[in-house]
Design a protein around this ligand. Structure first.
Ligand code: 3HC
Ligand code: NAI
Length: 693
């Protein structure tokens, strides 16, 4: 065995030279790995080997470029382009042996091998789009030459990790190897190449699949049109598409490559990719809790109980049924239970690609009952009953009597004090908040609320379980509304105020939609129903919402709310709402004024950032980036703007936000009072990103 460098070895198996990479955790293409590859291929090429296999140790094949190197000053090292050129021009066959994931630059390396062998569990893809980028190592030019233009468009703009069996059908993988026998299979394949004198396939030289798309610009036009909504606001999908267009229309591979390089550079230096790369690490960071190390023991969760089969209880239950964990759902009313179970079944049946047997298997894991004692054998019980402290405390006092020792008792409360809820039990160490977002079977975010007495293993179990059910968990401390809803209250307040000062609901919504949110607060209210929490008997026409509800304009479901809706539920600004608002303004003795889009945005967003700083000041979030993870996953903050805290830094940092808050405070009062920590950050010239809770 020859040690090429600290991450690369070269061995010999008969006629085949085997280059092995071992650079944990994911064999990313760091300077060291590129050097190892370059020197490894050079040494193998200089030997008398008749073929070369490239394989990786650890959990995966090369998972891409090393994202930590982006934007950092480069170390002198071999370029990826040099490595790829050497591989493609190798006079003996090169076979890439793939397990785990071959992603981004990893797949781009594999595409420079003459052949690819993979185990069925492997996945291949070009996920750069998720980092606000495009494959910048020839992937945009090679992929369409292998899989065709349409498939390349889909793969590159979705970033999907394609399972190896599908990749084999697409021609991306030449042979599937038995699981656990990748090395042997790849060596056998390499020997076969030699024995059968198989051609040294250079993907860059085969234009057949591109020819099929030549002179058909409609392929691209239709693709853009079909995905316009999905791509809205993002720069990277369009740049990826343009690269494939270049592959089709260029006179040579090199010309296409030059266009790829140009567009890659543009994305890499832009703020969107900076935000999306930041977000990649933010999401992984959120799982790390300083005083709850990764090796904290966890409690085994084999059975879950859910209290309440309403909007949240049903969705929460589905998450566990989906991963094979049985759930007991307890209700107080048979009718509510039946309705809840029916909604769950409907959700399963409507879900894309649902197979009837799969629906039945999942439904069979759900047991509905009115018997509270049925929760006795559950390892985790999640309460999702009405949002009232007296009811929650009553439920937890009863749970204390019924639940087995060591069971985790969780509340899905949106705003209430988890410590107070825990005080209703004799075991506050077992009590935690698990705040799911609606629809709970779809939304990725889970706020995990740590009570004053919550045990560390309860936190560790909750964080791990979140990952198991496909959620992104963020730890928050006890405070009204936790991280997300606490900040949302700031935005909601300003949205309402803006409307009483002269902006129309559709003005506010448009500004936030254009910023990148899926919808503005008023469209959102119409969707959710204006009458949530509205009580007819108590309604005295004191707010715009009261008046709208009294007129039976309760949102989309009644065909009107803030907006008017046609039969396709398309929203139109409503003259009725406009008149109601104008009457309110006159009644309150104000003069409506023209409010700029800039003011709408700053009034909605800056108080949120200020509140985020307060949350950190009070230690209710661990780090600034956790707040961004909450907003991207729970509230539709556009990931290409990183999250509110990242955005604050992007547009000028604490000094800019402070100056604006002070200006607003002077004009409009203490809703804009800057937090002490914001003042300090600005004075110290620090960034929001520096903040830890
Ligand atoms: N660069 C640097 N670090 C990376 C990395 C990368 N490409 N991919 C993963 N990591 C790190 C993670 O930050 C994490 O570090 P931590 O343990 O310190 O938190 C560790 O590797 C493990 O990652 P995950 O927690 O995500 O592990 P999983 O097993 O859940 O997932 C994975 C593995 C599917 C490979 C996932 O990490 C992933 O999707 N990685 C990114 C893949 C990617 O985007 N590749 C393209 C990069 S851009 C590129 O190649 C440009 C080229 O075209 C020029
Ligand atoms: P919901 O009104 O749709 O459902 C509550 C259900 O609990 C009802 O079916 C009711 O019959 C049942 N219930 C009441 N008391 C009970 C008891 N003692 N035992 C068993 N079942 C009982 O309410 P929703 O929207 O599901 O909210 C539940 C909780 O989730 C609340 O705390 C809410 O704040 C929180 N939440 C709600 C979100 C939402 O968007 N709806 C989002 C996140 C959290």
């Amino acid at each position: 065995m020859t040690e090429i460098n600290s991450v690369t070895t070269l061995t010999r198996e008969g006629d085949v030279a085997v280059i092995t990479l071992n650079s944990p955790p994911v064999n990313a293409l760091s300077a060291n790995v590129r050097d190892g590859l370059y020197e490894g291929f050079k040494a193998a090429g200089a030997s008398d080997a008749k073929a070369i296999v490239l394989i990786c140790e650890g959990r995966t094949f090369i998972a891409g470029a090393d994202i930590t190197e982006f934007g950092a000053p480069g170390k002198p090292s071999a370029s990826l382009f040099d490595v790829q050129t050497m591989m493609e021009n190798s006079p003996v066959p090169v076979v890439a042996a793939i397990h785990g994931t071959a992603l981004g630059g990893g797949l781009e390396v594999a595409l420079c091998a003459h052949y690819r062998v993979a185990v069925p569990s492997a996945r291949l893809g070009l996920p750069e789009v998720a980092l606000g980028l495009l494959p910048g190592a020839g992937g945009t030019q090679r992929l369409p030459r292998v899989v065709g233009v349409e498939t390349a468009l889909e793969m590159m703009t979705s970033g999907r990790h394609v399972p190896a069996p599908e990749a084999a059908k697409l021609g991306l993988v030449d042979e599937l190897a038995p699981e656990g026998q990748l090395k042997e299979a790849a060596i056998a394949f390499a020997n076969k190449c030699v024995a059968e004198n198989k051609p040294l396939v250079k993907i860059s030289e085969n234009n057949t699949k591109l020819e099929a798309a030549k002179g058909k610009p409609e392929i691209f036009a239709e693709f853009r049109k079909k995905n316009a909504r999905k791509f809205r606001g993002f720069d990277a999908p369009e740049a990826n598409i343009k690269c494939i267009e270049a592959a089709v229309n260029s006179n040579s591979f090199e010309e296409g490559l030059a266009e790829e390089r140009r567009l890659f550079g543009g994305l890499m230096s832009g703020s969107q990719s900076a935000a999306q790369r930041y977000y990649f690490f933010a999401e992984r960071q959120a799982a790390k809790i300083p005083d709850v190390p990764d090796d904290t023991p966890v409690r085994e969760i084999k059975k879950v109980g859910v209290l309440g089969a309403g909007t949240m209880g049903g969705g929460i239950s589905m998450n566990f049924a989906n991963v094979g964990i049985p759930v007991t759902i307890v209700e107080v009313q048979q009718e509510a239970l039946d309705r809840g179970m029916k909604v769950i079944r409907g959700n399963y049946e409507r879900s894309r690609g649902a197979k009837p047997e799969e629906t039945e298997a999942r439904m069979s894991r759900l047991t509905g009952t009115l018997d509270f004692n049925a929760l006795a054998d559950c390892d985790l019980i999640i309460e999702a009953v009405f949002e009232r402290m007296d009811i929650k405390k009553d439920v937890f006092a009863r749970l204390d009597k019924v639940a087995k020792p060591g069971a985790i008792l969780a509340s899905n409360t949106s705003y209430l004090n988890v410590d107070e809820i825990a005080s209703a039990t004799s075991r506050p160490q077992d009590v935690i908040g698990l705040h799911f977002f609606s629809p709970a079977n779809v939304m990725k975010l889970l706020e995990v609320i740590r009570g004053e007495k919550t045990a560390k293993d309860v936190i560790a179990t909750s964080m791990k379980l979140a990952k198991k059910i496909g959620k992104i968990a963020v730890l928050a401390g006890v405070c009204p509304g936790f991280i997300g809803n606490r900040m949302l209250s700031q935005r909601q307040r300003e949205a309402q105020k803006l409307v009483l000062e002269g902006a129309m609901p559709w003005d506010v919504d448009r500004v936030l939609y254009d910023f990148g949110f899926p919808m503005g607060p008023f469209a959102m209210s119409d969707l959710a129903g204006l009458d949530i929490g509205w009580v007819k008997e108590n309604s005295k026409g004191e707010t715009i919402r009261d008046v709208l509800c009294e007129m039976d304009r309760r949102g989309q479901k009644t065909g009107a709310g803030y907006y008017d809706y046609d039969e396709n539920r398309t929203a139109k600004p409503s003259p009725v709402t406009e008149k109601i608002i104008n009457d309110f303004i006159v009644k309150s003795g104000r003069n409506p004024r023209k409010i700029s889009d800039e003011e709408i945005l700053e009034r909605c967003v800056f108080p949120m950032i200020n509140e985020g700083v307060k949350i950190l000041e009070e230690g209710k979030a661990i780090r600034s980036s956790d707040i961004d993870v909450v907003w991207v996953n729970g509230y539709g903050w556009p990931v290409y703007r990183g999250g509110p805290m990242f955005y604050g830094d992007l547009i000028g940092g604490p000094q800019k936000v402070l100056a604006k808050m002070k200006e607003f405070q002077g004009a409009m009062g203490d809703d804009f009072k800057p937090s002490a920590l914001l003042e300090k950050l600005a004075a110290d010239g620090k960034k929001f990103g520096d903040l830890k809770g």
